[in-house]
Design a binder for this molecule. Structure first.
Ligand SMILES: [Fe+2]
Ligand SMILES: [Fe+2]
Length: 316
């Protein structure tokens, strides 16, 4: 006999059942989020006209004060933020624009809008990257739009964004660390604080979903974790940029496992849950096997990265 916890819920039922939690988490979020201003993080005093209609100075590589890997990562992070209209469309379609869900969707969109604006202002003012290449990449990336792998289910989407916001936090924070420029680090640390609060919102919502419908939620978590791709995966040149960011310590399989997947899974006590039905148990076993595979891959990656670093050190 299906019980309240094992009966399959439709998206419409889930949205209704979780509305109260969304309202509570929204209020917690609004209490915790501190207002901040992107213009304070941009050294406008360094700005000067570019060539083109204003006849200023052409951009060249040596003007950038940011490390090579920092440039690559800043561009990837900015292009990811740039696709906000697509992300907004996805969550507004799935979560709706009414009630607490709608208030969250709009608030989240407004906060995310700040990230792209701040990073672009910083990059252009400090001449940290080629402005023509950047604009061409933005056009190409936004023209292809973004469609998430999880846009057909509320639970899959909640699970995806819980991990994705944390992945984004790590990516911004680590970019700040490797950028080699203190203002960039300050700005990216500030943005990472926002991403952290977004993660907390979705993680808590995912926790409430586990309580409400444990089997269905664990199945969604497993599908999302086993098929996880970064939101920027479709951008031009992503594979090459991702490889540079991996070696550079911005985002790689070790960070993904230790700093993104495991903290959320531990917080939600996924492996301590009792009373799962057969479907939930099967999904959890699949998740455990996948994490074991990732551990092996992460160890191999660590070894390759260490060998690469040793080779580079001996060359210099
Ligand atoms: Fe963001
Ligand atoms: Fe975010």
């Amino acid at each position: 006999m299906p019980t309240a916890k094992t009966v399959h819920r439709t998206d419409a039922e889930l949205l209704l059942d979780l509305e109260e939690v969304v309202e509570r988490e929204l209020n917690r979020h609004l209490g915790a989020a501190k207002e901040w201003f992107p213009h304070e993080y941009v050294p406008f005093g360094l700005g000067r006209d570019f060539d083109g209609v204003l006849g200023g100075e052409t951009w060249s590589e040596e003007q950038s004060q940011v490390t090579k890997v920092g440039q690559v990562a800043l561009v990837v992070n900015l292009l990811t933020e740039d696709n906000l209209p697509s992300y907004h469309h996805e969550i507004a379609t799935l979560f709706g624009r009414d009630g607490a869900w709608g208030t969250w969707v709009h608030r989240w969109t407004a906060e995310e809008g700040r990230h792209g604006a701040a990073i672009r202002d910083y990059l252009l003012t400090t001449r940290a990257t080629d402005p023509i290449a950047l604009e061409r990449l933005r056009m190409e990336h936004m023209e292809s739009g973004f469609r998430s792998d999880t846009d057909e289910s509320v639970l899959h989407s909640i699970a995806y964004v819980a991990f994705q916001e944390l992945a984004t936090r790590e990516s911004h924070r680590n970019t700040g660390k490797v950028a080699g420029e203190p203002v960039a680090e300050m700005l990216l640390t500030r943005i990472a604080t926002d991403e952290n609060l977004h993660m907390v919102f979705y993680r808590n919502l995912l926790g409430a979903s586990i309580e409400l419908t444990p089997d269905q939620t664990i199945e969604a978590v497993t599908e999302v974790v086993t098929g996880f791709r970064m939101p920027g995966h479709g951008m031009p040149g992503f594979e090459r940029a991702a490889a540079q960011m991996a070696v550079g310590g911005v985002y790689n399989i070790r960070i993904h496992l230790d700093d993104v997947l495991m903290p959320v899974l531990r917080y939600l006590k996924v492996f301590d849950l009792s009373g799962l039905g057969p479907k939930g148990e099967r999904a959890r076993e699949e998740l455990a096997t996948h994490l074991e595979d990732l551990r092996v891959q992460a160890t191999r990656f660590d070894e390759r990265r260490a060998a690469l670093a040793a080779r580079q050190a001996s060359r210099t």
